[in-house]
Design a protein around this ligand. Structure first.
Ligand SMILES: [Zn+2]
Ligand SMILES: [Zn+2]
Length: 399
């Protein structure tokens, strides 16, 4: 449902022969894309509403945007229109890359941006980003033969709202969201942008922790067992109450099941472990605090969730984020937002990526505590990109 004030962003996925570097036409790619991206088809409910043809398709991902995909001589042109288009755009490019990697040996997919019009030249995003990281601000286009500012080519991604602003706004509109039946057309541009931003953050968080997901879940909130702990300045080891969340519904297990003990653990964690994990814990809590106000309305029709429980978990992740921030070393910069590969600056994702080991240690601790069933009954599934997700059994057949 594109609306007023929406932005449009475009990426071109160039398919090339890795040996010669020449553009290669791939037979059957569009067909595979249509099948694979069916969940975004306009004809999901009624086939006759679908819009796809031999060389292209139109897709819709609600608040995350509407996309136009077209194959032109070995290039897949992807255009997304939305209040905040970057998340859906990145997602679609990743799907194309995955397909090319998986099904066509010897071919590679290069994410590119168009040169400034009227030039029809292309610039590879990866090359632009790496050039800029080397401190070189401009690149030369080999079609128009002009030098261009890298920033002007990358369009410096759509501006993001600060996390605090998004969170405050999402909490405010939470009840409103539950009443929005027919998609999101009733919401204003800013709110739609904020929801899409929160959705992108969630996807990027899971993507950054793809590897440790093999052994266990990635989403949890925590609080000290002992009240008044937050005021204790010096501590070495402390008992924390950990609650696992479902990676599909983005909700804590007790909220989904009504069982206050399911997926809840009391474990002793050291200050040292907490301090080393602080970048990860900060981004985790930030991501969950954004996910909760959107996740609750999505299940409101099926599940009766009491407001007190929502507030309690919202409070838990907000406090957890502040706590993690207080543990960061002075000068250790961890931003609120994760960013896509296009970001010319190294982002907090890199600080967090190194933290898979901390998560694995935690999985080992949880397994020791697990007497009946594993991880509160969360089940491991695989999405279409064969990445592991830990979901409540009621969502298992979505995979
Ligand atoms: Zn691509
Ligand atoms: Zn050019």
């Amino acid at each position: 449902q594109p609306g007023m004030g929406d932005a449009e962003r475009k990426r071109i996925c160039r398919i090339i022969d890795t040996e010669t570097g020449r553009t290669a036409e791939v037979e059957g790619l569009i067909y595979r894309l249509i099948v694979r991206l069916h969940r975004y088809s306009l004809g999901q409910n009624n086939y006759f509403d679908s819009r796809h043809w031999k060389t292209g398709m139109i897709l819709d991902d609600g608040v995350n945007g509407r996309a136009f995909l077209e194959e032109i001589a070995g290039e897949i042109h992807v255009t997304v229109r939305a209040a905040y288009p970057d998340g859906f755009l990145g997602n679609l490019c990743s799907e194309i890359e995955w397909l090319v990697d998986y099904f066509w040996k010897g071919l590679d997919c290069r994410r590119s941006v168009a040169c400034h019009p009227p030039c029809k030249g292309l610039h590879e995003v990866k090359a632009l980003v790496e050039t800029k990281r080397e401190g070189i601000p401009k690149v030369r286009c080999n079609v128009c033969e002009k030098f261009h500012d890298i920033d002007s080519l990358l369009l410096a991604a759509t501006a993001k709202f600060p996390l605090e602003v998004v969170l405050a706004e999402l909490k405010k509109v939470r009840t409103e969201l539950a009443e929005v039946k027919d998609g999101v057309s009733g919401l204003n541009t800013d709110v739609r942008a904020m929801i899409a931003q929160a959705n992108e953050q969630f996807e990027l968080f899971l993507k950054a922790l793809t590897d440790p997901a093999k052994d266990g879940p990635r989403l949890f909130s925590f609080e000290p067992v002992e009240t008044g702990f937050w005021d204790k300045p010096k501590w070495i080891s402390q008992k924390f109450r950990l609650t696992l969340w479902c990676e599909h519904s983005r909700l804590p297990l007790p909220m989904l099941t009504g069982d206050k003990k399911l997926g809840v653990y009391e474990i002793e964690l050291t200050r040292d472990w907490m301090r080393q994990s602080a970048p990860f814990l900060k981004v985790l809590c930030g991501t969950l605090s954004l996910a909760l106000p959107i996740a609750v309305p999505a299940v409101a029709a099926k599940l009766a969730i009491d407001a007190a429980s929502i507030e309690a978990f919202q409070d838990q992740v907000d406090t957890g984020k502040a706590f993690a921030e207080s543990l960061l070393d002075a000068g250790q910069k961890v931003g609120d937002w994760l960013s896509t590969d296009d970001a010319a600056e190294l982002d907090s994702g890199h600080a967090m990526l190194a933290q898979g080991a901390m998560l694995r240690e935690l999985h080992a601790l949880l397994k020791q505590k697990d007497k009946t069933g594993r991880f509160g009954g969360l089940e491991r599934v695989q999405n279409k990109r064969r990445e592991f997700l830990w979901v409540h059994p009621q969502f298992k057949n979505e995979y």
